[in-house]
Design a protein around this ligand. Structure first.
Ligand code: GDP
Length: 197
């Protein structure tokens, strides 16, 4: 899929604040610093697009970007902020839960995981809940350029084994580097196939 236009539309704390024009949605989530903003910018070939999401107030909301006037890329807040005050953690979890439980237009959720690190408890908890839901999801392993290809594949296989132990299956996955553009075409083609189903 070629991205011809990518526009920020709105930020919302609940699905009632989503854009009025309904379109298929593909959402992205992961722990803070996993590389989500970089990936969104890479997918959209716009180095500033996801900057919007990191503006004060926007890190706690679902941020909708209209892509090719045909679908929304939804940037969800990061989960598992161990150091954040409990009230803030609860507010963020509320936004995520509300979106995942009530968004009728969600076609697929992409869960970003750093390819260099084993799952931590917040990843495991999130994936367990996701596995018990009927939300379609895939995994995107980020920052693949930080290891050699063989080491990266070995680490990814290890994490996939950990995920399988939690949800009972190995999900569809993509290995990406926003720095090098690796995995970009595969993710966009995957979205394109989902849109034409
Ligand atoms: P976010 O908090 O999940 O939005 O993460 P960011 O996109 O802001 O990235 C966090 C850090 O990881 C930044 O310093 C990025 O430059 C770096 N980063 C993100 N993606 C990549 C990647 O594919 N390769 C490398 N080498 N660094 C990356």
């Amino acid at each position: 899929m070629k991205i011809t236009s990518a526009k920020f539309v709105c930020s919302s704390a609940t699905v009632s604040g989503k854009p009025a024009a309904k379109m298929p949605e593909f959402a992205f989530i992961g722990r803070s610093n996993v590389g989500k903003s970089s990936l969104i910018n890479c997918l959209c070939s716009n180095s500033r697009l996801a900057l919007i999401s990191s503006k004060p107030g926007k890190t706690r909301t679902a941020n909708h970007f209209l892509i090719n006037d045909a679908w929304y890329l939804v940037d969800l807040p990061g989960y598992g902020f161990a150091k954040a005050p409990q009230k803030e953690r609860e507010a963020i979890e509320g936004v995520i839960r509300d979106y995942l439980n009530h968004s009728q237009e969600l076609h697929e959720l992409f869960v970003l995981i750093d390819s260099r690190h084993d799952l931590i408890s917040s990843d495991a908890d999130f994936l367990r809940e996701l596995g018990e839901s009927d939300i379609p999801f895939s995994i995107i392993f980020t920052k693949a350029d930080k290891s050699g290809p063989v080491a990266c594949r070995k680490q990814v296989d290890g994490i996939l084994g950990q995920i399988e132990a939690i949800i009972g299956t190995k999900p569809t996955h993509f290995i990406c580097s926003s720095l090098k553009g690796t995995g970009r075409e595969e993710i966009l083609d995957h979205i394109s196939r989902q849109l034409s189903r």
